[in-house]
Design a protein around this ligand. Structure first.
Ligand code: ZN
Length: 206
């Protein structure tokens, strides 16, 4: 499966100790093969696991069971708690924003395609999904402002931990040595090489 959408959900459960294995049990009880979401983000009501912890549910390349109409082309993320009664915790938002941002980059998914479950109705409105998939659900919950969430995700910086500083430094040195190869781009390359951010990076890694 190549996902085109990322769909955010709430577990719609106010109790404590909800996690991926608990949801897995619920979904198996429905006769499903197991948990329908690809990721679960815990809240502050777990006795032994930290607030904001990201747990893996269904494997990423396997079609999930979370949003009728787009299951075959989406990844489902469930935030523990009940979004109709309380907002996600700060730690949940922080993990959610990072996770969504990483998945967007990995699968080249645009911010517009990061939706709350209830927003499937907007896709129907646009003629992108069949009308019979309309939902009455409020998921991820009336307390959750999807526009605000998208705005915050849009401001996420690239995850620098994914960058290998040695390779990057090597690449910059290569440009430095061979910048004359691109005669017409030389000014821009020099501008890049002399940018404070680049100089700072080289000083830090040398
Ligand atoms: Zn949902």
């Amino acid at each position: 499966m190549t996902p085109e959408y990322i769909v955010i959900h709430t577990a719609a459960f106010k109790g404590s100790n909800c996690d991926a294995s608990r949801i897995d049990e619920w979904h198996k009880a429905r006769g499903w093969s197991g948990i329908g979401y690809h990721f679960v983000i815990l809240n502050d009501k777990h006795d032994s696991k930290p607030d904001g912890k990201v747990e893996v549910g269904r494997v990423e390349n396997v079609v999930g069971a979370h949003t009728l109409g787009i299951n075959s082309k989406s990844l489902g993320i469930c935030c523990v708690g009940h979004g109709d009664h309380s907002d996600f915790t700060e730690a949940q938002y922080s993990s959610l924003e990072t996770l969504v941002h990483q998945l967007m980059q990995k699968y080249a998914i645009s911010l517009n395609n990061v939706i709350g479950h209830r927003e499937i109705n907007d896709l129907i409105q646009k003629g992108l999904v069949e009308p019979n998939y309309r939902t009455t659900k409020t998921c991820p919950g009336i307390k959750i402002d999807m526009n605000k969430l998208r705005e915050k995700i849009g401001k996420c910086q690239d995850d620098v931990s994914l960058v290998d500083p040695a390779k990057l430094s090597e690449a910059i040195q290569l440009i430095r040595t061979h910048r004359t190869y691109f005669n017409n781009a030389r000014d821009e390359l020099d501008q890049f090489l002399n940018h404070p951010e680049v100089i700072e990076f080289l000083e830090e890694t040398s």
